[in-house]
Design a protein around this ligand. Structure first.
Ligand code: FAD
Length: 387
């Protein structure tokens, strides 16, 4: 890897999964990196954001490997899932192995743990500074100047960079700023389905209550539940359903009736009281898909991860595709010797079609997971590397 003679100032907006990984890559090349994160430091303060668990696949692992983090995550923490376990209403199970030829697996990892590992790794580089409770509220994309709100003191600060990386998620401020520029196309789609996160406690003898080697799915055509194993032998699950269905679950009795009818085996594992408490403690969340082009503005700004291509979670590839963005970006940094005027347009050229396709596949996979997965024709096909 070429370490640069000429250091550039890189401002990364968003210290989530993709922003913190990008910080590691830029720092490794010898650039000066500042990461501005809206939230408090998740290594210190608790927060409840998007899903607790994520499926890490080969796309994501390759990026982690390049900064020496794959082993830390997989060996010490990741839980190998070798296939889907389909739960029918009558309680019968059907296993679908992801890759019975090469034995590829996907791994269940905790979002918080992964983000903490990435922040720690970024912070180890001498020229990386992490700034928490800093919300970027405005960006001048021509000059590289940022206006940043300190959410604790409520004061505005300014910063200047040679390159702004918008890694600020699905509701990206940097993307919104790019949208004011000519020739920027963007579309967003909210699906009619929402999700609520639920939890399966530890089973008997401190063991998993179901197989700890599978991603569990309860497909019910119009809606479904899924659950991923955690390393403390619990599972984190989600019910994905149309808001029209979720809206009908207004009382504990309605919820319990629904689970008795649709997911009786799961109700037994979660327990009636826990299900009611966990479900009503949360509000159903929305799911959005975003496609835009280009991903860059001039030689000063690039959006990556969900900021560029948020997708519905049914392909289990949002984070993985975001990590892959950074791997491609690093490859271009090598190829064009950190010359952003060449790297950024090339990134758009090479990346947009692929990520638009992944967004479409993610939409399609929802139908597959909640319905097609139950059909005989589906069982004949093999699926690698996705939910
Ligand atoms: P985010 O994780 O959204 O991080 C953006 C960061 O930017 C946040 O920390 C935010 O606080 C910060 N920020 C926002 N605005 C500003 C601002 N103005 N100034 C400063 N900071 C700002 N993907 C997978 O690969 N596998 C899975 O199994 C999977 N499961 C999922 C399940 C669910 C239910 C959902 C909703 C998503 C799932 N995803 C999965 C997708 C994955 O969560 C995202 O793709 C991933 O989080 C994207 O990372 P990111 O860093 O681009 O964005």
């Amino acid at each position: 890897m070429a370490v640069v003679d000429r250091k550039s100032r890189i401002a990364i907006v968003g210290g989530g999964l993709v922003g913190s990984l990008a910080g590691c890559f830029f720092a490794k090349r010898g650039h000066s990196v500042s990461i501005y994160e809206y939230r408090a430091d998740i290594r210190v303060e608790d927060y409840r954001g998007q899903s607790i668990d994520l499926a890490l696949s080969i796309r994501g692992r390759e990026a982690l490997r390049a900064v020496g983090l794959e082993e830390v995550l997989i060996d010490r923490h990741g839980i190998a899932m070798r296939g889907r376990m389909i739960h029918k209403k009558d309680g019968t199970l059907n296993e679908i192995i992801y890759d019975s030829v090469k034995g590829n697996l996907i791994y269940s990892v905790s979002r918080r743990y992964l983000n903490a590992v990435l922040l720690n790794a970024a912070e180890k580089y001498p020229d990386v500074s992490l700034h928490f409770n800093k919300k970027v509220v405005n960006a001048d994309l021509d000059s590289g100047k940022l206006k940043i709100l300190d959410t604790k003191t409520e004061t505005i600060e300014e910063a200047e960079a040679d390159l702004i990386i918008g890694a600020d998620g699905a509701y990206s401020t940097i993307r919104r700023t790019m949208a004011k520029k000519p020739l920027f196309n963007c579309s967003q789609t909210y699906i009619e389905h929402g999700y609520v996160e639920l939890f399966v406690p530890v089973g008997k003898n401190n063991e998993y209550a179901m197989s700890g080697e599978h991603l569990h799915i309860w497909p019910r055509e119009e809606f479904m539940m899924i659950a991923l194993p955690n390393d403390d032998h619990t599972f984190t699950g989600n019910i994905f359903a149309p808001f029209a269905t979720l809206d009908k679950l207004k009382t504990p009795q309605q919820l319990l009736n629904f689970y008795e009818e649709q997911f009786p085996d799961l109700l037994e594992l979660i327990g009636r009281e826990k299900l009611v408490n966990d479900y009503f403690e949360r509000k159903p969340k929305t799911l959005i898909s975003i496609k835009c082009k280009p991903y860059h503005y001039g030689k000063t700004t690039l959006i990556v991860g969900d900021a560029a291509h948020a997708m519905v979670p049914f392909y289990g590839q949002g984070m993985n595709a975001g990590f892959e963005d950074i791997l491609l970006l690093d490859d271009l940094m090598e190829r064009y010797d950190s010359d952003f005027s060449k790297i950024l347009p090339k990134f758009t050229e090479l990346r947009c079609d692929d990520t638009h396709a992944i967004c479409d596949l993610a939409m399609y996979n929802y139908v597959e997971m909640r319905d097609l997965v139950t059909r005989k024709s589906f069982l004949l096909r093999r699926h690698l590397d996705t939910f």
